[in-house]
Design a protein around this ligand. Structure first.
Ligand code: ADP
Length: 346
């Protein structure tokens, strides 16, 4: 049997009992060696009963509690407990409780962090929804209160209300996309497709908006061959739409947006560059954050939901690639990323 806790405890108590009973019996008039034998018998009986009692009650329970705590600890931490058998059950319990406290403290920190994140997200969503809803409310009520009689005012207000409804719809679509991404429910559907064709398709979609600002859209390929990629076509289309749309939205009148495809061995490099306002260095590291806008005072109707670049970053990272932004104020911005080249059999 190991020198375990109940045995040690019993030995301490038995020694005290031997001493106390020897002194007591001596005082009661018993003589040596009878005094010693009597004390010894009392002590041995006490030792055995304490050992059995403590082993089957207190220490067995301590062991059970330690085992339960150990089970609730994460696997990695459990293995770290190491020389479990070599330690007394109280040491093991102490060790397990300390580890449990540490693990729970980390869990609480993570929960606090996600609670803060959730609160910020809700605040941002409410803030983004508020202005288009208030605007629509204002236009509709003004129309109902008599402005409807005037045809010019009626058309103007209806158009403004419709614009705000479009903003709301874009915002809700972006929110659905972000929540799908962040809940891990977004799946990629890889296919082989021509990047050149997809870029031209997106350029066509953005043409009207670009014309309004007299911005030219150009596709430059640094090789003549068609760039086939193996990626999720819909997600890459959304990436290109957001980037090209931003280049027009933040581009200067009569400016240009150039999309360049370049050969990078196993990958195709894609660059969307404009000669617009540019982004100041202090804002550049934050533009991929959700709801981040450089110009906070900019009219909401001029900008988007503030989720566009966050979605772009998520989509590119889901393809195991990275997106980079470089910019100079007054000169323009460049957004670049790469995608895997499609193999012949894909
Ligand atoms: P938004 O919906 O506001 O356009 P994004 O996430 O697409 O949101 O972009 C975040 C911010 O980054 C924008 O508000 C804008 O200030 C800045 N930005 C994005 N693209 C460009 C660009 N091509 N030129 C200048 N600023 C840009």
């Amino acid at each position: 049997m190991k020198w375990s806790d109940p045995l040690r405890l019993s030995a301490y108590i038995a020694t005290i009992i031997i001493l106390v009973s020897t002194v007591t019996l001596k005082m009661m008039g018993y003589k040596y060696p009878n005094t010693f034998y009597a004390a010894l018998i009392i002590s041995v009986c006490t030792l055995v009963s304490i050992f059995l009692f403590s082993h089957y009650t207190v220490f067995k329970k301590i062991q059970t509690v330690s085992d339960e705590i150990e089970k609730s600890l994460s696997k990695k931490k459990k293995n770290k407990m190491g020389d479990f058998d070599e330690k007394s059950s109280l040491d093991v319990l102490n060790n397990a409780v300390n580890r449990l406290i540490k693990e729970k403290a980390t869990e609480i920190d993570t929960l606090k962090e996600s609670e803060k994140y959730r609160r910020e997200f809700l605040g941002n969503v409410a803030h983004e929804l508020r202005s288009p809803i208030f605007n629509i409310q204002g236009y509709v009520h003004t129309l109902l209160e008599g402005a409807m009689e005037d045809e010019t005012v009626r058309n103007k207000f209806l158009k403004k209300a419709a614009n705000n409804i479009d903003l709301l719809s874009d915002l809700v679509n972006d929110l659905v996309t972000i929540s799908l991404i962040e809940s891990g429910e977004m799946m990629l559907e890889h296919t082989r497709f021509s990047l050149n064709e997809l870029i031209k398709e997106v350029m066509d979609l953005e043409e009207t908006q670009a014309k309004e600002k007299d911005i030219s859209l150009l596709l430059k390929t640094e090789n003549t061959e068609v760039a086939y990629v193996f990626a999720d076509k819909q997600k890459i289309k959304q990436v290109l739409l957001n980037l090209i749309n931003n280049s027009v939205k933040y581009g200067k009148e009569e400016g240009a947006t150039t999309i360049t495809i370049s050969d990078m061995n196993t990958e195709w490099g894609i660059e969307v560059s404009d000669n617009g306002d540019g982004i100041a260095a202090e804002h550049l590291p934050r533009i991929f954050e959700r709801f981040y806008r450089v110009d906070k005072n900019r009219e909401r109707s001029e900008g988007g939901s503030g989720l566009g670049l966050a979605i772009v970053k998520h989509f590119i990272e889901a393809h195991k690639h990275k997106i980079y932004a470089t910019s100079s104020v007054g000169i323009g911005s460049i957004f670049s990323f790469s995608l895997d080249k499609a193999k012949e059999n894909e």
